[in-house]
Design a protein around this ligand. Structure first.
Ligand SMILES: C[S@@+](CC[C@H](N)C(=O)[O-])C[C@H]1O[C@@H](n2cnc3c(N)ncnc32)[C@H](O)[C@@H]1O
Length: 523
């Protein structure tokens, strides 16, 4: 249940004139006055000899400045010339070392700060570093941990350094190391503290862009270990550090859910479970739970077809995954197909279908004639792959659902509109989303989805049903959108769950989703 996110840039906000950094996001207002707390080891590179071109030297000499009338070449001072970061530099580090994993995570975090979604950022790092599967796992784990604590780590760095570390990979390395040293309350640190510090210093030393800062890395991390209690207490005064979300996100959640905003924000920081959907064409939940028990895999039922594994594992190790017995799908997302009340022979449209989680469930539920549309051809190819694994088929069309050019003019019995949205309900699975989104995205995406809904309505048969789904928590994208749509089209609103808030309990464990079901009046 992921959506295709527009490329949104997490650019640092305009910085005060004294700052020359192009590095990571520096939480505003977190530095106590006079705090330059890097233990004497600042992020400042060692002073370099300065070369100034002669024309500029002349122009800079006060007594000669007035008579100079020719245009002074616009050359920079040597110290202003920034060497392009060597982001894809493969350091000479052992492939199974924590240093390489930290550096890979730092690289991914820097890419996210540059606007990439984390999965794409990680794919870029894996390609650049040519790492082993084991190292991939470690890099991914550290990068996800870092994303979940980026606000807190950034705030701590703000308290311990005199300016934002640069380049962005150096800031990413410090945040990755802090995420390992400072795990969420109630969880165990994954590595010994001295190993993390040692390996972070090795990682810094291995990279030409910030080898000069290895002493600073050492000083900052050691200072954190020495003064942890006071630093954390100070940092937690900032909402950014307390909640690990941008301020606008905290404000929006609070405005929409004045009584529940804290638990909602906290739920988004929880490590998500691995939940499976059992393919009812192949087996049933009880039989599959027995198969898992035989294989020594602990699991429980969290929905009519949903099985939650106690421990995450690689899909290749999940019994029956490759044979199409189960698929990975959040329990909340598994509500879509049953709500459609499918019957054999129906014509069904899945209008925003990729990567095909709900298309697969629709085809597992009944023998329907399914058309799966998605605007992104690459993501649409994944629908084909996923249906292929399940041994099921649909007509795949790469097109925009707000257009009609692709439509054959024959109306559908059922339409699923799982529209693109801010994905604010699935942040526990995609902890990068909160750092990539901008407040203005909500309105932009709500505008697009209203166009999609309006266009799809003409494609629905009289008495047919349209299921509107988002993975958003914002009313603007969900309930307000549904109410406005019903009013515009005089659509009958049927029973549906409405806004599901994220839950991670023993019996209920699902993402935050919104469901509204509409029926078209008979002609
Ligand atoms: C929430 S995801 C869909 C998840 C999918 N239903 C599933 O269960 O696997 C939204 C999808 O909408 C697609 N999309 C974005 N803009 C679109 C548009 N204008 N028309 C059709 N699809 C669009 C995205 O590529 C993305 O795959």
């Amino acid at each position: 249940m992921t959506d295709k996110r527009p490329t949104l840039t997490l650019k640092p906000k305009a910085k005060p004139a004294r700052s020359t950094t192009s590095g990571g996001v520096r939480p505003s207002g977190v530095r106590p006055s006079g705090a330059s707390a890097d233990g004497g080891a600042s992020a400042k590179p060692a002073a370099k000899p300065t070369y100034r071109p002669s024309a500029e030297r002349e122009a800079a000499t006060p007594e000669r400045r007035a008579p100079v009338t020719r245009e002074v070449p616009r050359l920079r001072e040597a110290h202003q010339v920034k060497v392009a970061p060597q982001r894809d530099y493969r350091p000479d580090l052992k492939s199974d070392s924590l240093a390489l994993a930290l550096l890979g995570a730092a690289n991914a975090v820097a890419r996210v700060r540059g606007g990439s979604a984390l999965p794409q950022a990680l794919a870029g790092v894996f390609t650049a570093y040519e790492v082993t599967p084991q190292a991939r796992g470690a890099i991914q784990d550290i990068a996800y941990r870092t994303m979940r604590q980026l606000g807190r780590s950034d705030t701590l760095l703000g308290l311990m350094t005199s300016k934002a570390p640069e380049p962005p990979m150096l800031a990413g390395l410090l945040c990755a190391a802090l995420a390992l040293l400072d795990p969420p309350q109630g969880t165990q640190p994954p590595y010994e503290a001295f190993t993390v510090v040692d390996q972070a210093v090795n990682a810094a030393a291995s990279h030409p862009d910030f080898a000069h800062a290895k002493a600073m890395v050492n000083a900052v991390l050691r200072r954190f270990l020495r003064e942890r209690e006071a630093l954390v207490a100070q940092a937690l005064k900032q909402p950014l550090a307390r909640w690990n979300y941008p301020q606008w996100w905290i404000d929006s959640t609070r405005a929409a859910y004045p009584d529940k905003w804290e638990s909602i924000l906290a739920a988004g920081n929880v490590h998500p479970p691995l939940t499976l959907r059992v393919n009812r064409r192949r087996t049933d939940v009880d039989t599959y739970l027995a198969t898992l028990a035989d294989a020594g895999i602990e699991a429980s039922r969290v929905g009519p077809s949903a099985v939650r594994l106690a421990q995450a594992m690689n899909v290749s190790q999940i019994p029956g995954f490759h044979e199409g017995v189960v698929s990975v799908q959040d329990a909340g997302a598994q509500l879509a197909a049953p709500l459609l009340e499918l019957q054999d022979g129906m014509r069904v449209l899945d209008a925003c279908a990729a990567p095909g989680g709900k298309s697969g469930h629709i085809l597992e539920t009944a023998d329907v004639d399914l058309t799966s549309v998605d605007a992104d051809p690459q993501r649409l190819a994944r629908v084909g792959d996923n249906l292929g694994r399940l041994g099921l088929q649909a007509k795949l069309i790469a097109a925009e659902a707000q257009d009609s050019g692709w439509w054959d003019g024959q109306q559908y019995d059922r339409i699923l509109a799982d529209v693109p949205c801010t994905a604010s309900g699935i942040v526990r699975r995609h902890p990068d989303i909160r750092w990539l989104r901008r407040k203005s995205d909500t309105l932009q995406l709500a505008t697009l989805s209203s166009k999609i809904l309006d266009n799809l309505w003409q494609m629905l048969l009289p008495n047919g049903k349209l299921l509107f789904v988002t993975c958003s928590l914002w009313p603007q994208e969900s309930e307000a959108q549904a109410a406005a749509f019903a009013a515009r089209h005089n659509a009958l609103r049927l029973d549906a769950p409405g806004q599901l808030l994220p839950a991670s309990g023993a019996a209920q464990d699902h993402d935050g989703l919104f469901y509204a079901l509409f029926q078209k009046n008979a002609a």
